[in-house]
Design a protein. Structure first.
Length: 255
């Protein structure tokens, strides 16, 4: 009987020990739990900034009224009153138009006045119109130094050729000659102001007969026979004969 009890005790011992271990693992002492650091709280999310307000447009109402008064004073030739009012129009978008009217009313504005105006309002429509007008005037009078001072690259090919020619006259032809080929290679008519540049280009030996024939052919393809006739003069006498025959056949295809 004692042996049976002893055997029963040995069988229960592992079960009791396992239960004790499981209890210790599942529920750690309070001291151990307290020693563990608490989870860090997530920082509060910042609210997205509200979209900025669109800046209101400037209020030009006071200057607009002053502008109209200045116009009336200018029409009446009350220059003292005009200048008094104009002093309050600095920064007004239409001031360039008012000053252009003032310049155009003068019988003979000076170059210094024009230069100051176009430099003050570069790109403004009244300034560019006045610039173009004066470039033509300066070129016709061969005032090349002043021409270069107010010239700005634009889509006006005539003014560009005048500028290139003025650079040639100033001894800087080698610096601008590379721009000539792109002007030349076109089947349409070029401004008269480009002729002097083409003549110089030929004298340098850079206008080859190959380039002349290329433009001649471009002109014929565009049905610009008049242009082809003018281009023909840059060919040698023998080549001019062949070009003349081409034009004759074009004009009289039955030949």
């Amino acid at each position: 009987m004692r042996a049976i009890s002893l055997l029963f005790s040995l069988l229960l011992l592992p079960l009791i020990a396992g239960a004790s271990i499981a209890t210790n693992v599942a529920a750690p002492p309070a001291a151990v739990a307290a020693a563990e650091p608490a989870a860090t709280a997530a920082p509060p999310q910042k609210e997205a900034p509200a979209p900025g307000r669109v800046s209101p447009l400037p209020d030009f109402s006071a200057q607009r009224e002053a502008f109209l008064k200045a116009e009336r004073a200018l029409e009446k030739k009350d220059m003292a009153r005009y200048r008094e009012i104009k002093a309050h129009l600095e920064g007004y978008p239409l001031l360039a138009y008012l000053e252009a009217t003032e310049l155009n009313r003068q019988k003979a504005p000076s170059f210094a006045q024009v230069e100051r105006f176009v430099n003050r309002y570069p790109g403004a429509a009244p300034a560019e119109r006045l610039r173009g007008k004066w470039l033509e005037e300066l070129a016709s009078q061969e005032r090349w130094d002043e021409f270069r001072r107010i010239y700005r690259p634009s889509g006006d090919l005539s003014h560009k050729c005048y500028f290139l020619y003025s650079e040639i006259l100033a001894g800087r032809g080698s610096e601008v000659i590379e721009q000539v080929e792109s002007i030349w290679l076109n089947g349409n008519s070029r401004p008269v102001s480009c002729d002097a540049v083409f003549d110089y280009w030929q004298r340098t030996g850079l206008l080859t007969e190959s380039l002349v024939w290329r433009r001649f052919e471009l002109a014929m393809r565009e049905e610009e026979v008049g242009v082809a006739e003018r281009v023909r003069r840059y060919l040698s006498p023998v080549e001019q004969t062949w070009a003349a025959l081409w034009i004759e056949v074009h004009n009289q295809p039955e030949l």
